[in-house]
Design a protein around this ligand. Structure first.
Ligand SMILES: CC(C)(COP(=O)(O)OP(=O)(O)OC[C@H]1O[C@@H](n2cnc3c(N)ncnc32)[C@H](O)[C@@H]1OP(=O)(O)O)[C@@H](O)C(=O)NCCC(=O)NCCS
Length: 182
């Protein structure tokens, strides 16, 4: 991976220009703002606590180390020049080194215009190129948009663990989905 390298550029149905690229160190402040906006929004994600710049820098250092050692694949979406989201595959090890868990999030301003679909499709292709055979996703059971997108891209629901996430005063179940790569 070459940091910052562009993988794909396209225009959305709303006319926004999207670049899908690899992450780079210079993203740090944009990622920090992006992540903390998701926390503030109470997006349907595991992350619930705002990050400091130092915590985010540590996270990024860990990410780059994992990318370099083949433990992670990460892509960034930039919309009209603005950092707008990212996605990643966290690759397992030992007997599960052919398996990866997916995470994806876009900022509120750029949802529902097909960017998530492009980003995830590109990520899946990269996982396949890396030799992965199985992708797994975990998703809040009430995240209808995400579940719709995942099933549209071929993921199958394999189960629900009830009450996993404490969210706005109630407990929300965690849906597992999987996609075999052929
Ligand atoms: C989930 C997420 C990555 C999807 O990306 P996106 O760019 O918004 O998704 P897309 O526009 O590519 O596709 C969304 C699809 O869901 C559909 N959709 C939107 N709201 C929906 C709802 N309430 N119920 C069902 N489907 C819905 C859209 O119509 C579209 O489907 P279509 O292409 O068949 O018309 C993005 O919305 C996001 O980051 N959300 C907040 C963080 C999050 O939830 N991350 C996932 C955690 S598992």
């Amino acid at each position: 991976m070459t940091p910052g390298q562009t993988i794909k550029t396209f225009t959305t149905k709303k006319g926004n220009t999207v670049v899908i690229r690899y992450p780079k160190w210079e993203d740090l402040d944009d990622v920090l703002a992006f992540a903390n906006n998701l926390v503030e929004e109470e997006a349907l994600l595991a992350l619930s606590k705002k990050q400091t710049r130092a915590e985010e820098a540590k996270w990024m250092a860990d990410t780059f180390e994992k990318i370099e050692t083949g433990k992670k694949i990460k892509l960034v979406a930039v919309v009209n020049g603005k950092y707008a989201g990212n996605c990643e595959i966290r690759i397992h090890d030992n007997r599960e080194s052919h398996v990866g868990d997916i995470g994806i999030a876009l900022s509120k301003d750029y949802r529902d215009e097909g960017i998530g679909a492009e980003l995830l499709t590109t990520l899946i292709a990269q996982g396949k190129n890396a030799g992965l055979k199985l992708l797994i996703l975990y998703c809040y059971e009430n995240n209808d948009r995400a579940l719709h997108l995942y099933e549209k891209l071929g993921f199958t629901r394999s189960g629900l663990v009830p009450g996993t996430f404490a969210y706005k005063g109630s407990y929300i179940g965690d849906v597992t989905l999987y996609l075999p790569l052929k």
